[in-house]
Design a protein around this ligand. Structure first.
Ligand code: DI6
Ligand code: FE
Length: 399
């Protein structure tokens, strides 16, 4: 078989077949950036490879996928962090005009180049730990111009680095000051003006809503979902992070790709997600950083066979985290996910949360050749260690 590159003498965690899909003596070959073979070396065809790489028994996983980030923003919230350490709650700060709105002010004032320059160090941190696909949300502009600027900056990141960027319109992230006291009026702007513009200009691959007491109600969320469906865009939702607004059940009814956070999700929400195939995206960085105490019901999600993804939720307010490895360690240590669930949560299930499971997330023929090659004795080390990066090499689209 004529191939561009073969990676041989490797141990594979393919993430195929519902577990880690381990192949002890494996090989991966690619042609034109697409995996042509991934499996046991003994079963591989004879490769006529332009490039043959001896992996010296290193482990290869699919490239990691961070399926929930707010990577593009300006400013920081370090001062607010100090206030929270002094006892102010996230909600108190948000209601006092801090929080998302303080990042909104800085983001509206930033130029396109400034948004790019601010996001690149955060993107580079993710790439350094083997991320090959990253989801980036808008939601700090909250006007047509500024939401458009955020999404354009997110799209531009894919031109600055060898990475896939999947964008999500999160205009319904917070109520902008121009609509103070009129959330329904703002949701009308989101549905009737922003969303059609975003869809028309191809700026977003999905739509998200912050369904929460300090965000938007289930009714307002439902309006955005209906408008997204009318624009042909899939949905996601920040749901049950601080309270139970029935956001997950609503998302499932709309066949959303994912419902994210879920600390306060109930049995009805879980059953609805199981029925619709909506992915549960858990965000341990936000749980840890806000010192949340309500754990997401992992055992109930597991029992209902709801696919679980993990992401950094990189954002300046509740999760200034740019380490997918630490996110996995937190998901295991804080949420009691297993090693297999953590690794699948950052690969195959994260791909599903983005609706990209046909193209990425496992080491299987036909998928894009995104690889992370690790200096570890077993994949469990990727979840076990804290603050150590054992990445040996990262391959994106065969390069
Ligand atoms: N939930 C969160 O934790 C982030 N957004 C959301 O809907 C917080 C974003 C921020 O505080 O800047
Ligand atoms: Fe988020």
């Amino acid at each position: 078989m004529k191939v561009d590159t073969v990676w041989r003498n490797a141990r594979l965690a393919t993430m195929a077949n519902g577990d880690l899909g381990i192949v002890e003596q494996g090989a991966v070959a690619c042609v034109g950036g697409i995996i042509a073979y991934a499996g046991p070396a003994d079963d591989a065809p004879a490769f006529d490879a332009a490039r043959s790489i001896d992996c010296e028994q290193r482990w290869i996983t699919p490239g990691l996928i961070d399926c929930h980030t707010h990577l593009v923003f300006a400013g920081d919230r370090a001062r607010e962090f100090e206030l929270r350490l002094a006892g102010a709650s996230y909600e108190e700060i948000a209601r006092a005009g801090g929080g998302i709105l303080s990042t909104m002010k800085a983001t509206r004032a930033a130029s396109h180049d400034e948004l790019i320059a601010g996001a690149l160090p955060r993107l580079d941190a993710l790439i350094a730990e083997g991320v090959t696909t990253v989801e980036v949300k808008s939601g700090y502009g909250l006007t047509i111009q500024s939401e458009r600027a955020m999404l354009r900056a997110a799209r531009q990141l894919a031109g600055e680095r060898q990475v896939e960027v999947v964008t999500t319109f999160l205009g319904a992230h917070a109520l902008p000051p121009e609509f103070a006291g009129d959330p329904d009026g703002y949701i009308t702007l989101v549905c009737d003006v922003m969303l059609p513009m975003v869809a028309e200009e191809g700026l977003a691959d999905a739509v998200d809503v912050f369904c929460e007491g300090i965000g938007f109600s289930a009714d307002q969320t439902s309006r955005v979902f209906a408008a997204a469906a009318a624009c042909g865009l899939p949905m996601k939702v920040h749901a049950e992070q601080l309270s139970n607004q029935q956001g997950a059940a609503l998302a499932a009814r709309h066949h959303a790709l994912s419902a994210d956070h879920l600390e306060h999700v109930d049995a009805a929400g879980i059953a609805a997600m199981a029925a619709s195939g909506t992915v549960a995206t858990l965000l341990p960085g936000a749980f840890y950083f806000t010192r949340e105490t309500m754990l997401p019901p992992v055992a109930a999600l597991r029992d209902a066979r709801v696919p679980i993804a993990i992401a950094t939720d990189c954002n300046p307010g509740t999760s200034p985290l740019t380490s997918p490895l630490l996110a996995m360690n937190m998901a295991a240590t804080l949420f009691r996910l297993t090693v297999d669930e953590c690794l699948r949560g950052m690969t195959v299930n994260a791909a599903r949360a983005l609706g990209r499971q046909a193209e990425i997330g496992t080491l299987e023929a036909g998928k894009r050749c995104d690889l992370a090659i690790w200096n570890v004795g077993h994949p469990a080390e990727l979840v076990y260690r804290m603050g150590f990066n054992p990445l040996h090499a990262r391959i994106w689209s065969g390069q």
